[in-house]
Structure formats: C-alpha cells, structure tokens
Design a binder for this molecule. Structure first.
Ligand code: GLO
Ligand code: MG
Length: 414
C-alpha cells in the first residue's frame, strides 16, 4: 500500500480549505451583488445565477409583449389547440361528441380568455398530403386571418408525424428511408405553414420516435437520424426555433427523448443549439415518474422553456390530459410558483393547456375543461403571490420542514 506522507495530507487539507473559502467567497459576493443586480433587473430572482447568454435564443421574443404587462393577472397569456376540443373517442369506443369546425372553436377560445392558438399542421390544413403547396399556403393564410380577426395570435405549429400510414414505424427514425423522407418533407412544409401563420415556433412531439421492440433499432443510429432531421429543419429557415416536447412512452413503448434533460442534451448535438428549446407537459413528467415543477424549473433555468403544456395525470397509466390541478393540486401550485418565480412569459411565451374533456362530457360543455384549467391557474397564481415567502424562509432556516409542509397545505386550503 502506498504510504501517504504528512506533507501530502497537509496539501489535501489546504486544498479542501481553499475550496471551502472559494465557495464561501462566491456565496458572499452573490449575496451582495445578487440583490443589487436583482434591483436593476427586477425579473431576475435575487441572487439567482444567470446562465451564459449563449443559451438565450437570439430571435426571442418573436411575439409582441403584452401591453398590459403591469396588470398582474394579464401578465400571463394563454394558448390552446383545436385538438383540445375532441370528439371523445378512446381505444374502446367511438366518438361521443360531434366534430366542430375551427370557426366554432375559435369563438370559444376567445370567449374563454385565451390569447393564442397552437396548431398541428393538419389542424390548419386538413388532409394536407393530398393538396398542392399553393393550396396549403392559401388555406393557411385564411386560418391566420380567422385567428387575427378573433384578436388572437398563433403560438406554434407542430407536424403531426404519427398518423400517416407512412410513419407506422416512426418518422425521422423509421427503418424505411421513404418514411424518413416523408417525415422530413412534411416537417419542412410545417415550417412554410408556420411562416404563413406568422410564427417561428415549431413544436416537435416525437410521438413514434422510439421502440416497440428494442432490437429493431439502434439508439445511436436513431439519435444520428434525429440530429440530421433537426439540422435540416434549422437550415431550411434561419429564424425558425424548435421546441421539442418530451414524453417517455405512448404510443411507443420507450421513447428516444423521454425527458427535458434528454431534450437539452440532444440540443447540443445539433448544428444550432441556441434554436432548440423545450416544451414541458405536466402529464408527461408524471408518466416519467418525475415532478412536473422540477422539470419546468430545469428548463427555465437556462431559459429553454419555450412553451408549457399544463394538465394533470393520475399516476402511471395511459396519458390522461386531465384538467390542470385536477389530480395533484399541490404540484399544480408548485408548477405555477416556479413559472412565476422565474418570470415565465417575459420573452413572450404562452401558458398552454394540453387538456382533454372527459369522454362523458356533452358538446355544450366540451370546452369547460380548458376554461377551468385557466381558472385554476389564475386562482393558484393568487395563492402563489400571497404565500408568505419570508415565513417559509424562516422555517427553512430552522430546518423545520414539517411546519413548512403544513404551511403549504394550509395555504392551499385557504
Ligand atoms: C401527446 C402530446 C401532444 C402534443 C401535440 C403538440 O401526448 O401532448 O398532444 O402536445 O401533438 O405537438
Ligand atoms: Mg402536449
């Protein structure tokens, strides 16, 4: 065994001491300088470390900032998709509600207090695979007019890559080169549609990019294919920004980008990481066994949360897309708290609800779940703003987490 000299021990102790002193010095400087910087830039939480500017997309904000930014309630702007008013079908039974057209839906979006619409490419142009590019763009411009006439904006467009017979085995990572070409062409067309709608935000939910049978694909090869595809989208339009929405499973058994951590690591493999961000959906985090508030905060820290799909999920089962807060009110409170604390929305981001009506709901009430989700968000926002942060801090300093736990419960119970 190697003998350790006392001089070596002294050197190790000195190094530990130096490292402790350095951390202490960093803390002291942060405590003094942090609040000063915070006072100059009120959106930055006091003492928070700001991440290198390279993480902030150069073109942000793409949307106009809310002119009523000072009205605390108006600070958040809400988004919803046409697919959030569904026909109620599930794998065991047919539709329970009639199909409604976009005009019917947009009227309800507006009346329900929503500011923007999120779209799939074929929500904008139904059956787009059978139409010419010219016809697609003409229809897209008509939808833009309908949205603008309602006084709303378009938040994002997502290519629906999981429905076509071409993408049975996935899109970008299919083993069939023709299917890969289809997925890429369709996504490039989504960028054209987004352009016509006046947004530069593309959302990629990589539904079938994963495996049903592990041995059928190589993860490394699939990542390379995904990077290639995303690089082609970035090269196609210099201003487009891509927000990837992770989900661990369903429809596939195991997805390639299951969490926001995977998404941000993936971003760094692409040719322009600054133009890749993420969308965190509450239910998807629960399906991954993770806390949605933490996943949201993880993405917010380097300013990579470009949209959020708030909803709820009762444990590990099929994706439920329940109304926000309907299962875990405390987690919903924590999600709103991190959004508020980190100044979400200051760069023009929307709060989207990816929620579905219950199958039992009638058409007359087929939008109530979205209106209720927004209402719950705003009520929780009041709770967040009236939460006694200094009392909480005092309990943290005493390490009385039991009292802190009860304080949160009592506060939510009101
Ligand atoms: C499904 C996803 C899906 C996406 C939407 C936008 O689980 O949440 O609804 O959010 O297709 O790309
Ligand atoms: Mg979603």
């Amino acid at each position: 065994m190697r003998r350790i000299h006392s001089s070596e021990l002294r050197w190790c102790a000195a190094r530990r001491l130096l490292s402790r002193l350095r951390s202490r010095l960093v803390e002291v400087v942060r405590d003094i300088v942090g609040p000063l910087v915070g006072a100059l830039r009120p959106e930055t939480p006091a003492g928070a470390r700001s991440f290198p500017i390279a993480f902030v997309p150069a073109e942000f904000p793409a949307h106009e900032r809310n002119s009523q930014m000072n009205d605390s309630r108006a600070k958040y702007r809400f988004s919803i998709g046409p697919w959030n008013i569904s026909e109620g079908r599930d794998p065991y039974g047919p539709d329970t509600r009639p199909t409604k057209d976009f005009a019917w839906k947009v009227e309800r979006f507006k009346a329900g207090g929503f500011d923007a619409v999120m779209f799939h490419d074929d929500d904008v142009v139904p059956e787009l695979d059978s139409k010419s590019s010219k016809a697609v763009l003409r229809e897209a411009r008509a939808v833009r007019k309908a949205v603008e006439d309602a006084g709303m904006a378009v938040e994002m467009v997502a290519p629906r890559l999981w429905f076509s017979p071409m993408t049975v085995d996935g899109g970008f990572t299919s083993n069939d080169p023709a299917a890969r070409r289809y997925a890429l062409d369709r996504s490039l067309q989504t960028i054209d549609i987004a352009d016509a709608l006046g947004t530069q935000l593309i959302v990629l939910w990589l539904a079938r990019e994963g495996t049903y049978v592990r041995e059928s694909k190589s993860y490394r090869r699939s990542l390379e294919l995904l990077v290639e595809a995303v690089d082609s989208l970035l090269a196609y339009h210099p201003k487009v920004r891509i927000a990837i929405e992770p989900k661990p499973n369903e429809p596939v058994d195991v997805a390639y980008l299951p969490t926001i951590g995977h998404v941000l690591a993936f971003a760094n493999m692409t040719s322009d990481p600054q133009r890749i961000g993420g969308v965190v959906e509450s239910a998807h985090c629960v399906l991954a066994g993770l806390e949605p508030a933490d996943e949201i905060e993880f993405a917010l820290t380097p300013r990579k949360l470009w949209s959020v799909h708030l909803n709820d999920q009762n444990g590990l089962k099929f994706d439920q897309d329940k109304p926000f807060g309907s299962v875990n009110l405390r987690s919903a409170f924590d999600q709103v708290r991190v959004l508020e604390r980190e100044g979400y929305g200051r760069d023009g981001e929307f709060v989207a609800f990816d929620v579905h009506s219950f199958r039992t709901t009638t058409i007359e009430k087929a939008f109530d779940h979205a209106v209720n989700s927004r209402r719950t968000f705003l009520r929780l926002l009041d709770k967040v703003r009236s939460f006694d942060e200094s009392a909480a801090q005092a309990l943290i300093e005493q390490r009385d987490y039991q009292a802190l736990d009860q304080m949160v419960i009592e506060h939510i119970l009101g």
